[in-house]
Design a protein around this ligand. Structure first.
Ligand SMILES: CC(C)(COP(=O)(O)OP(=O)(O)OC[C@H]1O[C@@H](n2cnc3c(N)ncnc32)[C@H](O)[C@@H]1OP(=O)(O)O)[C@@H](O)C(=O)NCCC(=O)NCCS
Length: 174
């Protein structure tokens, strides 16, 4: 099994069709058939792909975002698009992809990683906790909203503690 670290631009030349097929099956509600998963969100800082032979069996991407936490600008990581092909699930691959993302974010001195979980249970063993604080973000209709976002989770990547205060995401969720 091979872990490929790439960017959106490089992916187009390499494995785009296989990755989009995996994402389309994993997120049928958000990606239309033959749709482009990445067009739904901002461009990720890094894309990680698990490949076995010719098959793409896992994916996740990480974003870098300058947010405002308790009035202080801070660059944090956001993880999205965590997907593992059905036959390979429940073998720790999803957790491995998240841990590799944390390595990438730590190398860039990001104190926190956040994500928006459909199933929060999946991320507990990777150190994520459900947020209790409100978050200001731009919703899909373009309006700015502030509330405790359902399924929003944070992980502390350094000695800095997550402040239980309003987070201005300064953009949309991923
Ligand atoms: C969610 C998903 C990425 C998990 O991948 P995976 O490789 O099966 O996950 P892992 O084997 O690494 O499991 C990680 C943890 O999540 C738990 N878990 C995995 N799938 C779960 C599920 N459907 N419900 C509850 N817990 C689950 C595992 O038991 C494990 O817990 P542990 O670390 O405490 O032992 C995979 O099921 C998937 O691609 N689903 C469709 C896309 C999706 O929903 N992505 C997540 C969006 S938030």
């Amino acid at each position: 099994m091979e872990l490929i670290e790439t960017t959106r631009r490089e992916l187009v030349r390499q494995l785009d069709c296989k990755v989009q097929a995996l994402l389309g099956r994993a997120f049928p509600d958000v990606v239309s058939e033959n749709g482009d998963y990445y067009a739904l969100y901002e461009t990720p800082a890094v894309i990680m792909i698990l490949q076995r032979g010719e098959q793409v069996i896992g994916h996740r991407c990480a974003y870098q975002r300058r947010v405002i936490i308790a009035g202080e600008p801070t660059t944090i990581g956001m993880i999205g698009g965590v997907a593992v092909a059905p036959y390979h699930r429940r073998k720790g691959l999803g957790r491995t992809l998240v841990q590799r993302a944390h390595g990438y974010l730590r190398q860039r001195s990001m104190p926190f990683s956040i994500l928006f979980a459909c199933e929060p249970r999946v991320y507990l063993s990777s150190g994520y906790k459900l947020m209790q604080n409100e978050m200001r973000f731009r919703d899909t209709d373009g309006a700015w909203k502030t509330f405790v976002y359902r399924g929003s989770m944070y992980a502390e990547l350094s000695a800095r503690s997550w402040p239980n205060q309003v987070v201005d995401l300064c953009g949309a969720v991923v």
